[in-house]
Design a protein around this ligand. Structure first.
Ligand code: HEC
Ligand code: HEC
Length: 398
């Protein structure tokens, strides 16, 4: 960080060339450890635990699903510059970080994101924390790798509006990027697959498993207070059934479930997974979202239906299918019923959900990106250079 600032100062004085101003970190992000092969891999407490199937869905000491790791520190750090650089959009106005802003839990705080055309897209921007664990991506679960997924926003006219040829040319024309890609990819010629690898490497490094809930799961009983423990018990109870779908430790079983969440603004029902899987029984079905860092990513649900966690929790006790639009006959999941939760139980659920916040491994937001364009931030978030978000963490509890 200090080195970068110094380089920028020198650059302003004409002391160094643009290519020297950006350097890639030789260190793995703090969530990951360098292995003998020079790759960053996840090592943590959860890997000592058995699979979910030994422990039941609400079990605290259950293992994690496989994660995308094994990238080099340089690939991850190159992905960080790319992620924040609006050069990746057709008109230079949007970066990945414009809709997935670290200051907003890697969402954008909006009910539906707005793309380069200034028009809202169909759904809300999900958090990217722990996205490297997801076997199915997008709200409808239709994508199966990060590399495949990210080409969606890059080239969709209503999202970033780029095209592959122009993106490649823009990167090849940029002296800094030429140098950074050469460093990260052993001096191979710059190709788009490297862009996808680097972005995937960065996304996979966004690990959040150090919350107070995790401390509790690993055996520090005082990490949660009495109200939060009460909330966890409601969450895991056979009455509320939250943990049947939002299964620890990621708080998702990654399956498609039909809840009957309607659209907003009078729009027709979003067919969800049925549109991409062709399975009519999945009409209105979405992949169960993780609840990690959920306190940071309001509004909630695929269409940004609810402003608060309290309203979201209350949806589940509104009666099975209470919000399904007239004329729709949805195949509601059998765990969606009417648990008749009391006001106290809803409040305790919210207390518990707040314990899932952990941003200790927040990546550093670059103060500048190689294109020289303003670093991409979500609407209403202060520009780079003014943030005080980087939280130092010396402990690794997961
Ligand atoms: C215009 C806003 C916008 C931009 C720019 C954008 N995204 Fe997204 N992103 C979204 C929205 C909205 C969704 C959910 C779309 C859906 O499910 O239909 C999403 C979904 C995702 C997901 C799936 C997460 C999950 O839990 O399944 C990933 C990963 C992702 N984006 C990464 C990226 C990357 C990498 C970039 C840059 C190349 C990017 N996004 C650019 C708005 C955006
Ligand atoms: C049948 C599986 C299932 C059960 C049971 C369930 N959920 Fe969900 N949950 C989902 C799905 C699927 C979504 C996304 C729905 C949508 O966007 O239309 C969701 C969304 C959410 C969200 C918003 C996530 C976001 O990123 O916007 C919260 C918060 C939440 N659930 C909490 C709970 C709580 C609390 C309970 C127990 C009272 C619970 N869920 C029970 C499947 C389930």
């Amino acid at each position: 960080m200090r080195l970068l600032t110094l380089c920028l100062l020198l650059l302003m004085q004409g002391g160094v060339t643009a290519a020297d101003a950006f350097r890639l970190s030789p260190f793995c992000p703090p969530a990951l450890r360098l292995d003998e092969a020079g790759q960053c891999v996840l090592r943590g407490q959860y890997q000592a635990y058995g699979s979910l199937y030994d422990k039941g869905v609400g079990g605290l000491r259950t293992g994690l699903p496989p994660v995308r790791d094994g990238f080099t520190p340089q690939q991850i750090d190159l992905g960080r510059f790319l992620f924040f650089d609006p050069l990746l959009s057709g008109n230079g106005s949007l970066a990945c970080s414009s809709c997935h802003d670290p200051a907003l839990g890697f969402g954008d705080g909006q009910a539906r994101s707005v793309g380069v055309q200034g028009i809202p897209v169909q759904r809300s921007a999900p958090s990217l924390w722990n996205v490297g664990f997801m076997q199915r991506l997008l709200w409808d679960g239709s994508k199966h790798s990060l590399e495949e997924q990210l080409q969606g926003p890059l080239y969709a006219p209503d999202e970033m509006g780029g095209d592959p040829q122009s993106l490649l040319a823009a990167l090849q024309d940029n002296e800094s990027y030429r140098g950074l890609f050469a460093t990260a990819f052993d001096n191979q010629p710059l190709v788009l697959a490297q862009v996808y690898t680097a972005l995937t490497a960065f996304e996979s490094s966004l690990i959040s498993l150090n919350s107070r809930y995790d401390l509790y799961a690993h055996g520090v009983h005082s990490a949660l207070n009495a109200r939060e423990k009460e909330g966890l018990n409601v969450f895991r109870s056979f009455v509320a059934r939250c943990a049947e779908c939002h299964t620890p430790p990621l708080f998702t079983n990654q399956q498609i479930a039909v809840l009957g969440v309607p659209e907003t603004d009078g729009r027709p029902l979003d067919p969800g997974a049925a549109a991409t899987s062709g399975d009519a029984s999945q009409r209105g079905g979405f992949r169960v979202p993780s609840l990690r860092n959920i306190a940071l990513t309001a509004p909630y649900m695929h269409a940004g239906n609810f402003e608060s966690l309290r309203e979201t929790a209350a949806f589940y006790t509104g009666g099975r299918g209470h919000a399904v639009p007239e004329g729709e006959d949805l195949n509601l999941h059998w765990h969606i019923w009417d648990p008749e939760l009391t006001d106290n139980e809803l409040d305790r659920l919210v207390d518990f959900l707040m314990t899932l916040t952990d941003q200790s491994f927040l990546p550093e937001i670059p103060v500048a990106v190689p294109s020289g364009l303003p670093v991409g931030r979500a609407p209403g978030v202060a520009p780079a250079g003014t943030h005080a978000l980087h939280i130092e963490s010396t402990t690794n509890n997961f």
